[in-house]
Design a protein around this ligand. Structure first.
Ligand code: ADP
Ligand code: MG
Length: 695
């Protein structure tokens, strides 16, 4: 008897998966047992050791065990479950901000518990928020892990422990009957010296305890190479297909009304840089063509992409089409709304706004204006492409800060936006500083324009690296700058599982700073605020009515206040260089000397020091990206997804750069002589959107 292939076995065949849980898996794009095998770890944790509570230090990841000596619910600003655990050497607090009744019962006083999490300094000493934990009947009842523990991409309501258990079942099935089909031609596998497929899967989910450390630190687990190659290949094939396909599609030919464009340009307080003009010329040529433009506009932060987007939009609007501009966050969307209204309303153009939070009458009105064609430019978030949103004559889509959207979304968007036989043009804009050659590979479906110069009159930001012990000096400096009429940002960058915690940290900081700085007005902005509140805060800051703006990393992209000349970034060591570069790009936009203070937490690792030194030494996004690649220190384990990087599951576009030429070559070979494996490969790796395989 032959066993069914694993992609034919439904999830509910596994222990512990009922219809409700199955739905959660669908959210992760997992539909069958084989999909589980391709749900690969983001990183690993070492739980092969138990630590003593008395010896833990802040920001370490630790595994501990002990007895719960108290457990109660605290009602502060929010309800928290607070447990204290003791071993022979000390005590530590556990805090849960979300918990079920069952959890509360299991975390009762007297119970024995083993847990894993990150140590932080709390009100009552050392604390761990939301540890992953097990209740033990006695301390030896459950053996300590003997291989590295995989941490998977998860979703709300599906905890790591459970996810791991279910993936382990899938792995067991794979061992019983290795029915995972290897699509790659054997000659290719041999030539590339790739690991066998099931071996590769095993090596990634369960790296052996004795795996050479360099596998992990340098990201060279051979299993990873095999799967990264396959994943990159699948993406490349998909992009090739999209591109060939779009060459067959029809787009509206757009001719610009030059008079309107020059009226717009005359109204600007500056003239375009050569690079901006060149980019628009390239775009303009595409818009006049018969097939849809698919163009990437790359330019470092502050290079002036928005104005180029405005010209592009005007081009389309003046030839009688509607334009949609999509931003990754509400704040950035609102910022665009502010700019485009100022630019376009005087030209008699109707600008609209739509986000997920636009509800009721306002929403109905907006939808009506779109379908009737009154609204010529619509700005917003993902909401622009919900099913009920119908455009009368959409000719162009502009996507800002592309790195927040994966290839998947780009494709899904195109599908949604196409109205029958006519497809709109697309311009995607990114400041992601990925090295040029890599950008070409990552965006192989797109043509590319680069804005390679900054507008004149910018003064490069001066960056200082300062320890948090000198926080009060930094506060004095803010006081001085603000009293002299400058403005400043204070960025809180706690990395938390929960956005809520991050927002609370920012709230607390804002409160503290406003007490310490009574002379100046301190504002706060974070992702959890209502759009109206956010707009109010941003407007006050823009109009210089507020001098210091405390923010979470929501200001990372797009926010533009030229008078802001000082930025303090707390815990910069926790962010990727690309993200730091984006943040810092918010200042240095005017003609005054700007300063960025990287306020790090001591002690700072050597790798951390080197990374921050790169920030001090350069303001060039491309250079910083290359350095980031060189300096990825230990702890940056397999598949780590830096904020701002592409969203691959195993592959990492920077780390796996050496594979890209081979990927390109292999994809040509496959398109020519193995066309039958294109669909299965795309489906395996880009399954979130089955339809890509069918484009
Ligand atoms: P980004 O490319 O990061 O999106 P923006 O479009 O937000 O950059 O532009 C940054 C700032 O530079 C804005 O204040 C904008 O008005 C200004 N700017 C854009 N183009 C020019 C130019 N040619 N000369 C002077 N300032 C410019
Ligand atoms: Mg921008």
């Amino acid at each position: 008897m032959t066993n069914p292939a694993l992609d034919q076995i439904s999830l509910t065949k596994l222990k512990g998966i009922g219809p409700a849980l199955e739905k959660k898996f669908h959210q992760l794009g997992i539909y069958n047992v084989q999909d589980l095998l391709f749900h690969l770890p983001l990183r690993y944790e070492d739980r092969t050791r138990l630590r003593q509570i008395g010896k833990i230090r802040v920001s370490e990841q630790v595994q501990l065990q002990g007895q719960i000596v108290s457990s109660n619910i605290q009602f502060g600003r929010r309800r928290t479950l607070h447990c204290v655990v003791r071993d022979d050497t000390g005590m530590v607090s556990l805090r849960f901000f979300h918990f079920s009744a069952t959890q509360k019962n299991s975390l009762a006083e007297g119970n024995l518990i083993r847990f894993y999490g990150e140590v932080r300094r709390g009100r009552t000493g050392m604390e761990i928020y939301h540890p992953e934990y097990k209740i033990l009947s006695d301390f030896d009842s459950v053996p300590i892990e003997d291989s590295l523990t995989a941490i998977y991409p998860a979703t709300e309501g599906l905890q790591q422990g459970r996810l791991r258990n279910i993936i382990n079942q899938a792995l067991a099935l794979m061992e019983k009957s290795p029915n995972v089909q290897d699509h790659l031609p054997p000659a290719l596998v041999q030539k590339m010296e790739l690991e066998e497929l099931t071996d590769a899967i095993r090596l990634l989910h369960k790296p052996p305890t004795d795996a050479p450390l360099r596998w992990i630190t340098a990201g060279i687990n051979p299993g990873q190479k095999r799967l990264a190659f396959e994943e990159l290949l699948a993406h490349r094939l998909c992009m090739r297909r999209v591109r060939n396909d779009s060459k067959q599609q029809k787009a509206p030919q757009l001719t610009a009304d030059d008079k309107l464009l020059s009226r717009f340009l005359k109204g600007l307080p500056f003239t375009l840089t050569n690079a901006q003009q060149l980019a628009y010329q390239e775009i303009s040529k595409d818009l006049g063509g018969v097939c849809p433009m698919l163009r990437l506009l790359q330019g470092d932060v502050g290079s002036g992409k928005t104005v180029v987007a405005a010209l592009t939009a005007l081009h389309a609007i003046s030839s009688g089409h509607q334009v949609a501009i999509m931003a990754p966050t509400e704040i950035l969307g609102e910022q665009h709304l502010f700019n485009f209204e100022q630019w376009f309303v005087p030209l008699g153009i109707k600008v609209g706004w739509l986000s997920g939070k636009t509800k009721g009458a306002a929403r109905a009105q907006q939808l009506h204006e779109l379908v009737s064609g009154q609204c010529q430019l619509l700005i917003g978030t993902h909401a622009l492409f919900q099913d009920e949103v119908v455009y009368k004559k959409l000719g162009l889509i502009i996507i800002d800060e592309q790195h927040r959207f994966g290839v998947h979304q780009r494709l899904a968007l195109r599908d949604k936006a196409s109205a029958g036989a006519i497809n709109p043009h697309q311009l995607v804009m990114t400041a992601t500083p990925i090295p040029r050659t890599l950008a070409m590979s990552a965006y192989a479906d797109l043509d590319s324009s680069v804005i390679n110069e900054l507008p004149p009159g910018r003064t490069p930001v001066n960056t200082a690296i300062i320890s948090s012990d000198r926080r009060s000096e930094v506060i004095d400096r803010i006081k001085k700058a603000c009293c002299e009429g400058n403005q400043a940002y204070w960025v809180c960058t706690l990395i938390e599982e929960s956005e809520t915690l991050q927002c609370e940290a920012a709230e607390a900081t804002a409160l503290k700073l406003s007490k310490q700085l009574p002379q100046i007005e301190v504002g706060l902005i974070h992702g959890r605020m209502k759009p109206k509140q956010k707009l109010e805060v941003m407007t006050r800051f823009k109009e210089s009515k507020m001098q210091l703006l405390v923010a979470t990393t929501v200001i990372e992209v797009g926010v533009d206040v030229p008078n802001a000349s000082l930025m303090v970034i707390e815990n910069p060591e926790r962010l990727g260089l690309a993200q730091l570069h984006q943040l810092r790009g918010r200042i240095g936009r005017g003609n005054i000397q700007s300063h960025c203070i990287l306020l790090y937490q001591t002690p700072l690792s050597d790798a951390g020091k080197r990374r921050l030194a790169v920030m001090r030494g350069s303001t060039d996004g491309f250079y910083i990206a290359e350095k980031d690649l060189e300096l990825r220190g230990p702890g940056q384990v397999l598949g780590t997804q830096q904020a701002g990087a592409m969203t691959f599951r195993v592959a990492d576009i920077t780390r796996d750069a050496p594979l890209l030429d081979a990927v390109k070559e292999a994809s040509e070979l496959i398109l020519q002589s193995h066309d039958d494996i294109v669909d299965p490969l795309i489906r395996r790796w880009l399954r979130q959107s089955e339809h890509y395989a069918n484009v």
